[in-house]
Design a protein around this ligand. Structure first.
Ligand SMILES: Nc1ncnc2c1ncn2[C@@H]1O[C@H](COP(=O)(O)OP(=O)(O)OP(=O)(O)O)[C@@H](O)[C@H]1O
Length: 714
């Protein structure tokens, strides 16, 4: 039976509405951008203390960097430096700050012109008023390097140059900005989809919205498959064959530790062998770089699109911007770059305003020429590459405007918003999505209640659509991966089944409960214990046991509601909870592991509640600097030899809050390799859902069960 078709314009209209609310929620948590130039010295210092800003700077150097951008070096201002920041030789060091490579920042004059901000925003005058924006490319003790120009890529503009020129001799500070590029590109894509006529829909779009069913696989397209990597396991080989034969859509379902990326590398190589052009995308820079790194040794020509400051150093050689300089094709832009640099340098030596204006005019012409040549060079480089890699939002950049690909592959697709995926998919003929819809979907800030509030408050505004235009059942959390699976059924997917991370006992429950008992632990990992680590670890009850459950049932380990402060809202955990007694159980378990010889850097403590995370950090961070402490959500995609999970909830009402989300618990319990320790109250938790009930029963039967004594801990 054909699936029920979804009208594409209504789908896109609904997405636009939801994206608007989401953006509003994001902006309200980081108002920094709009206030950058109008803050008091006190606020600047607070922003610096909280890792959002860096103050007391001057511009000390300027040069032309990658992609023809102006790169400015910002050094501590000796006039305002404190005594402790002065080294013995008199040089000044930067104080502690939270600005990192890859951050999008604005450089502002501390004597900023307040009145212009906001009013001029609509007219695009914001930049001149507030200072130029750029991306941090390097940070060091002596300064900070910032590349100016659009954060999403592209060549610098005249405004950037002039705005940077204006910074000389001023007292400056740097403030982190929210990165708007992704939001803008999603919005543009959805707007395009609203306007498209039926005849413009590609076959893939029609499949994705249920206007037609996927075509039958073309078995010949896959045969014969001579695997480049013969070590692939059977489920991985089957996934590669399936994705090669698919004509429009294939999903590769990769549960934790099953080698999804490994499989995608083989798939990409097979496609290149079949003379296909492939675009590979992921929601984050790291997800894309991970693939570039693994493709690099294969010598297949690849190009990575994206701002060099945001790429891993190991993939820079494949970045479009570096190739523009190093490849033969790059020769044509080299000379002109030199000329621009020389002109640029001469500006500072020129005192006369007229001469300066003359130089700016020359620069404008040179830059136009530069852009034309660079764009030709970029076009050639991209056209000659069989594999192009970019983040999903990067795929919406000008470099890919007229490029056609035979296949678009999206890794970590169940971590991407659907609107984000469509940035790369509007022209796609065939699409392969890899992910695991049974782990957490992308983080969405606009929760249901705030959505309702916002839509009430904004009901007068034009952005709010009449109810009849919006589609029921569309939410940002629902990913394309999920939707396609629900629409066309499991026939469009293949699952990877051998996992290379967890001990068999750790894997058993998630496998049985979520992956239809299909997971198999690879021989190399299925019996690995902490005692087998490649350094000396004593044999104890903990180091010889893969699964421990500290059951705090009985009411002596009660949870406590935390004040609902901004940091918790920001992390979307609503009114957070903590549990001090349980934290002590966690701390004791960590102590025992470390005493037995397990290195703190091989241990992670994770919890779903930020309130608990703060508490655990206070107890453990100083004692064990190498120990990793994090939220469950933040630990997705990661692994550790030993993982201690603090479940927190313990109350007479048997409320479990968002422990009820099985995808969150799935992430929590599938992070460890050799040892999983759960701390929690089985009485409260088993009443939360049938999944939780099964889990508690499983732990009682299979884990090394222990009952902590509250008196002992105090
Ligand atoms: N066929 C295989 N034989 C041996 N080891 C494998 C195989 N496939 C994957 N692995 C190993 O499994 C681990 C996870 O693989 P990989 O990094 O490709 O997975 P991923 O997709 O990044 O992670 P995940 O599967 O958790 O999403 C790696 O250490 C990898 O070397």
């Amino acid at each position: 039976m054909p699936p029920t078709p979804t009208p594409i314009p209504r789908f896109a209209t609904t997405q636009l509405h939801l994206l608007h609310l989401e953006h509003a929620a994001e902006v309200s948590t980081s108002k920094l951008a709009s206030t950058a130039a109008s803050v008091s010295p006190q606020t600047r210092r607070t922003l610096q203390a909280t890792g959002h800003a860096l103050t007391g700077l001057i511009l000390s150097q300027c040069r032309t960097g990658l992609g023809g951008r102006v790169v400015g070096e910002f050094a501590p201002d000796p006039a305002v430096a404190s005594d402790e920041s002065r080294a013995a030789d008199g040089s000044v060091r930067l104080g502690a700050h939270g600005i990192r490579v890859g951050d999008v920042v604005r450089v502002a004059d501390v004597a900023g012109k307040k009145e212009k901000i906001g009013k001029d925003k609509e007219k695009g005058g914001e930049k001149e008023a507030a200072g130029p924006e750029g991306v941090v490319t390097r940070t060091g003790e002596k300064g900070l390097w910032i590349a100016f120009g659009q954060a999403g890529g592209g060549v610098r503009s005249k405004e950037d140059d002039e705005a940077v020129e204006e910074l000389w001799g001023k007292k400056l500070w740097v403030v982190k900005l929210a990165n708007d590029v992704t939001h803008r590109r999603m919005k543009q894509t959805m707007e395009k989809m609203v306007k498209m006529g039926e005849t413009e829909y590609t076959h893939f779009m029609r499949v994705a919205f249920g206007h037609t069913s996927p075509l039958l696989p073309d078995a010949e397209a896959a045969e014969p498959v001579e695997f480049v990597d013969p070590s692939l396991n059977d489920s991985q080989k089957e996934a590669v064959r399936f994705a090669l034969a698919a004509q429009d859509i294939a999903l590769i379902h990769g549960p934790p530790g099953t080698g999804k990326t490994h499989t995608l590398i083989e798939l990409i190589l097979q496609m290149v062998l079949r003379k296909k052009r492939v675009l590979v995308c992921g929601p984050s820079n790291v997800s894309v770089d991970n693939i570039v790194e693994r493709l690099a040794p294969t010598k297949v020509p690849v190009v990575r699109i994206g701002h060099p400051a945001r790429l891993l150093p190991s993939v820079l050689d494949h970045s479009l911007e570096v190739l523009t300089q190093t490849s033969d094709a790059g020769g044509i832009v080299k000379d002109i770059r030199k000329e621009i640099d020389e002109k640029q340098a001469s500006i500072r030596k020129t005192r006369s305003g007229r001469e300066r204006r003359g130089i700016y005019d020359d620069l404008r012409l040179l830059r136009k020429e530069f852009r034309e040549r660079e764009s030709k060079c970029v076009d050639n480089l991209v056209r000659e590459s069989s594999v192009v890699l970019a983040t999903l939002h990067g795929a919406g950049g000008h470099q890919l405007k007229n490029q056609k690909f035979d296949v678009v592959i999206i890794d970590e697709a169940s971590q991407a918003l659907e609107a984000q995926c469509w940035i790369s998919l509007l022209g796609a003929q065939k699409v392969v999505l890899a992910g695991d819809h049974l782990q957490l979907p992308p983080t969405v800030k606009s929760s249901q209640s705030s959505k309702e509030k916002a839509s009430k408050a904004k009901s007068e505004e034009s952005t709010t659509k009449p109810e009849e235009e919006l589609l029921e059942g569309v939410s940002l959390e629902r990913t394309l991966f999920d939707r396609l699976l629900a629409l066309h059924g499991p026939g469009i997917k293949r699952m990877l089944t051998t996992q290379y991370r967890m001990h068999d006992k750790i894997m058993r429950f998630p496998s049985d409960e979520l992956y239809q008992s299909k997971l198999i632990a690879a021989d190399a990992v299925k019996a690995r214990l902490l005692i087998d680590l490649p350094y000396e670890v004593q044999g104890t009850d903990d180091t010889q046991e893969p699964l421990v459950f500290w059951d705090t049932q009985g009411g002596d380990f009660p949870e406590k509601a935390e004040e609902d402060d901004i940091s918790q809202k920001g992390a979307l955990l609503g009114d957070s909870k903590s549990n001090e007694m349980e934290a002590m159980v966690v701390a004791r378990h960590v102590n025992n592991l470390v005493d037995a010889g397990v290195r703190p850097e091989n241990i992670a403590v994770i919890t779903p509640y930020n309130g608990q995370l703060a508490l655990l950090s206070r107890m453990l961070r100083e004692k064990y600097p190498g120990l990793e402490l994090g939220s469950v959500d933040g630990f997705q995609g990661r692994e550790k030899e030993a993982v201690v999970v603090s479940l927190v909830r313990s109350n007479a009402e048997h409320e479990v809050g968002f422990l009820a989300e099985k995808r969150r618990l799935n992430v929590a319990m599938t992070r460890p390799k050799r040892h999983l320790c759960i701390c929690g109250d089985s009485e409260t938790i088993s009443r939360g859902s049938s999944f939780l009930k099964h889990w508690m029963e499983f732990l009682e039967e299979n884990a090394d069960l222990r009952y902590p004594d509250a008196g002992d801990l105090l």
